[in-house]
Design a protein around this ligand. Sequence first.
Ligand code: SF4
Length: 426
Amino acid sequence: MAQLLMNDGYKIVDKPTQASVLIVNTCGFIGPAKEESINTLRELSENKRNDQLLIAAGCLTQRYGAEVARQVPGIDGILGTRRWMDIVQVVRELRKSPHPEPLYHLPDASTVGSEETGVVRASVAGTSAYLKIADGCRRPCAFCAIPLIKGTVVSRPVETILEEANKLQDEGVRELILIAQDTTDYGHDLGMKDGLAALLERLTDEVPNIDWIRIMYAYPGYVNDRLIDIMATRKAILPYLDIPLQHAHPKALYRMRRPSNINWVHETLAKMRSKIENLAIRTTFIVGYPGETEEEFQTLMDFIDEIRFDRVGAFKFSFEPGTSSEALGDPVPAEVKEERYKRLMERQQAISLQINQGYVGKNLDVLIEGYGDGISVGRSYRDAPEIDGMVLVEGNAPIGEIVPVKITGAMAYDLTGIPAQAPITL
Ligand code: SF4
């Protein structure tokens, strides 16, 4: 949306007070995200001047457009996530004439994917870029509202992705983070076999100067030998896998309508660890899913002890109307969810700390993202931006460069170190 507006002559400004158009890209995934979206809209609406437009876009408005407008008086336009490319048209329409009621723009197109009007679908932060490879999801997870919001999966054509990756490479991007609701499903709708592996082959062959390629959101059951081989043999593909498992007890997984073959998980992770040197594995779990017994939760705790993931994220179950778990209700009390969440995170923190301590004395390549007060901040291959840890490096290292760092200290999430090749000067 920002790119389309800039092509139409708009500029990005720093503060809401400087803007003529205020756009909130809402999230409708779980309760806390919905709340944050509404609160942000309310705050902007309360301080809005008469010459400013306020547009609510994104997933929450796609699903609950009228409800959002009811809760936040003062919204001028409602644009869903499936037609973000219509933003310029919506702004023009709103500017044309006064509109006592919000303008709704929620066409029921199946999903986005092909009609993208030439914008680069990457969000760039420093020298890292999130590159979208597909949008929407066709999996049946019972707790998840995303298929209701986004529709089924639409993969972006390989050539479009390569073109964007090339552009990003030319702009100096060092790290590409491939995202989709389920990256392992990439290309299925295009009739591709092993689409993600095929895409990775093309990316590493045809965009050779990207240093790091990171794969997020791999659905269990679809990490196959071809993907493992590509990850093991192509240097640019980081030995990092984010595989959201959601639970470890087969009955809980069955109620979630997720793959419940835990043996597959054990075998696949063992195979990956044997083939991919220094593999870092990240996962996420839901605690307090309807019907989760203490025994099921204990199975999950034993599982994290056994697998020893590098990184674990956890969510407390959020009841989402309209999903197929609606009929199960939300019977696990909030305090039980909270207590299980804490227990799980504490256990994982101890595991993460032990794993991190194993890096002390070793060298890691670190992508530097900033510095101040004589300390530089960066990430190693083990750290996806925002969700994983950081490496704090002594001295002012060059931003955007990947530098070797000798690790000298470990915390539960972060590492500390010194430049391995002294001295780095600016
Ligand atoms: S794979 Fe992910 S996005 Fe798709 S339905 Fe399951 S949880 Fe939702």
